[in-house]
Design a protein around this ligand. Structure first.
Ligand code: NAP
Length: 315
C-alpha cells in the first residue's frame, strides 16, 4: 500500500511515497480504507523530530486524523468491541504516528475499535477528517477546565482549527467565550460562536481583562502564548496548555497539560463531535484538498502560517 512518510527527520521534502506491506485488522480492530487525512501542526513536529526519539528504521507516516471506509472488521475482544462496525461504513478516526498502528498518511489504517466514530450525516470524508484530533483536544481542554455553565472561557489563536472548535464547543456548553484573533479573522471566530473578540498581541491578557475584569474562569492557549496569556485567568481558574508549559511556582492558576494522545481509546467522545456537527453547533474547519503525493506542498503551506481551514491529503 501507499504510505506518505519519512525515513529521516527534516523539511517538507523528506515526505515521500513509500510502498509498504498492507496491514490487516486483528481482533478488536477495524481497517479503514483512508480517503482523507488532515494536515496539522503536530504532523510538522513528527516530520522534524520535534517529539524526540531516534530516526525511524521504517518509513514513518505523520497524520493524526483519518476519514474513510471500513473494509475489514476483526473479531470483538473483551476490551475492544468491534460489533458496532461493519464493512462499507464511513468513519473518522484519531491516529497515533508513534503508536502500534502508525499515522494517518496511509492508504489503509488499522484502528482499535474504540478510536473512531461514524462520519456526521451530510459531511464529506475530507470535511470529517478535520474533526477527530482537534475535536478531541478541544473537548479534553474543556473537560479539564471544568467551567460551569455561564462561566467565562478565553481562547488564544482562536482562528486556528483547534481554536474554532474550542470556541464552538464552549459556546455549546453555555460559556461566555472571548476569542483572540486578528481583525481579518473576526467574522470567522464570531461565526464559530465567540461572544467577544480581542486583537492579537503581547497584551492579550490585558485585552481579555477589559472584557472579564476579574479574569476568565479558564483559558485554552492554542497560540502558545504562555506567560503572556496566563494573567488573563482569574485566581483559582484554569489554564490549558497544548505544549506542556509550566506556570511559575507561585501562580494561583491551575495549569492543565492537554495531551490528545491520552484520548486515543476514547473514540466514544467523538460522538459528542458528531452530535455538535449534526446540530449545527460545530462546522468542520475544512480548507482544501491536495493529492497525498503533494504532502510536502501541504506542509510548506502550513509552515507559511495564515492558513484558514485545514489542508487535507486525499488517498
Ligand atoms: N497537546 C495536544 O494534544 C495538541 C493537540 C492538538 C493541537 N495541539 C497544538 O495546538 C496548537 C494549535 O493547533 P491548531 O491546529 O489550531 O493550529 P493552527 O490551525 O495553526 O492555529 C494556530 C492559530 O494561532 C495563531 N497564532 C500563531 N501565533 C500567534 C500569536 N503569537 N498570537 C496570536 N495568535 C497566534 C495562528 O495564526 P496565523 O496562522 O496567522 O499564524 C493560528 O490562527 C498547535 O501548537 C498544535 O500543535 C496540541
Amino acid at each position: 500500500m501507499k504510505l506518505i512518510g519519512l525515513t529521516a527527520f527534516g523539511g517538507p521534502e523528506v515526505l515521500a511515497p513509500h510502498d509498504v506491506a498492507e496491514p490487516h485488522a486483528g481482533p478488536g480492530q477495524v481497517r479503514i480504507r483512508v480517503r482523507a487525512a488532515a494536515v496539522s501542526p503536530t504532523d510538522t513536529a513528527v516530520r522534524t523530530g520535534g517529539y524526540g526519539g531516534s530516526e525511524p528504521a521504517e518509513p514513518l507516516a505523520p497524520g493524526m486524523d483519518a476519514a474513510g471506509v471500513i473494509d475489514e472488521v476483526g473479531e470483538p475482544t473483551g476490551e475492544l468491541d468491534t460489533s458496532a462496525w461493519e464493512v462499507g461504513q464511513e468513519v473518522m478516526a484519531i491516529a497515533l504516528p508513534s503508536g502500534p498502528h502508525g499515522g494517518a498518511y496511509v492508504e489503509f489504517l488499522v484502528a482499535d475499535a474504540d478510536s473512531l466514530s461514524r462520519v456526521p450525516t451530510g459531511l464529506s470524508l475530507e470535511e470529517a477528517s478535520t474533526l477527530p484530533m482537534n475535536g478531541l483536544t478541544a473537548l479534553q481542554a474543556l473537560d479539564r477546565l471544568g467551567i460551569g455553565e455561564g462561566g467565562t472561557f478565553a481562547v488564544t489563536g482562536a482562528a486556528g482549527t483547534l481554536g474554532v472548535y474550542a470556541v464552538a464547543l464552549a459556546k455549546r456548553r453555555g460559556l461566555t467565550v472571548v476569542a483572540e484573533a486578528a481583525e481579518k479573522d473576526r467574522e470567522r471566530v464570531l461565526a464559530a460562536g465567540a461572544d467577544h473578540v480581542v486583537p492579537r498581541g503581547d497584551d492579550v491578557a490585558e485585552r481579555i481583562r477589559e472584557i472579564a475584569a476579574d479574569g476568565v474562569d479558564g483559558l485554552l492557549d492554542a497560540a502558545v502564548q504562555n506567560e503572556l496569556a496566563l494573567p488573563a485567568v482569574r485566581a483559582g481558574g484554569g489554564f490549558a496548555t497544548v505544549r506542556g508549559w509550566s506556570a511559575p511556582e507561585d501562580s494561583d492558576v491551575t495549569v492543565h497539560k492537554i495531551m490528545v494522545f491520552d484520548d486515543y481509546h476514547h473514540g466514544g467522545k467523538l460522538d459528542q463531535i458528531v452530535d455538535a456537527v449534526e446540530s449545527s453547533a460545530l462546522t468542520p474547519d475544512y480548507g482544501r484538498s491536495l493529492p497525498a503525493e503533494q504532502a510536502p506542498e501541504a506542509h510548506r503551506l502550513l509552515a507559511e502560517g495564515g492558513q484558514r481551514g485545514r489542508i487535507v491529503l486525499t488517498f
